[in-house]
Write a protein that binds this ligand. Structure first.
Ligand code: TYD
Length: 141
């Protein structure tokens, strides 16, 4: 199975005295065909969510309002991001374990996804995620 990938993308802002605008387009500034959009809101700063990875899904997470923090983990490293700008997107591809927490200031988290909702693409058990890591390591030996 392919390694998971995570990185921050910065979007161009079209701004003038009337305000600001960001445009997101499949393949152009979003590195996949967008098949699904959802948004998370009405969160509680004390109630983390996520706690899963995906097998194949690609996603971009954007805090279009407020902020949140995200811990991510692939099979060989861990990182933490803060999303606090509508111009910043976190690209997650494939098996990246994610935990989202510390939602602040009426956070609205917009998510663009490369495929329809499919429970079979989820890895919800951390021990299963960790076991997949071991299989990958033995594959490369
Ligand atoms: P869940 O995966 O628990 O959210 P999070 O990733 O933030 O922990 O999803 C919450 C509920 O919404 C769950 O019942 C599944 C449902 N859901 C959909 O129906 N469609 C979707 O596109 C998503 C992402 C979730």
């Amino acid at each position: 199975m392919l390694q998971g990938e995570h990185k921050i993308l910065t979007f161009d802002i079209h701004g003038d005295e009337r305000g600001k605008l960001i445009s997101l387009e499949s393949i152009k500034n979003i590195p996949f065909d967008i098949r699904r959009v959802y948004y998370i809101f009405g969160t509680d700063s004390n109630l983390p969510r996520g706690f899963h990875a995906h097998r194949k899904l690609k996603q971009i997470l954007i805090a279009v309002n407020g902020s949140l923090k995200i811990k991510v983990e692939t099979w060989n490293e861990k990182a933490q991001y803060e999303l606090n700008s509508p111009a910043k997107g976190l690209y997650l591809s494939g098996p990246v374990w994610r935990e989202m927490f510390d939602f602040q200031n009426d956070c609205v988290l917009l998510v663009l996804a490369s495929d329809f909702y499919n429970e079979e693409d989820y890895i919800r058990d951390k021990s299963v995620f960790n076991k997949m890591k071991r299989y990958t390591e033995s594959d490369s030996n």
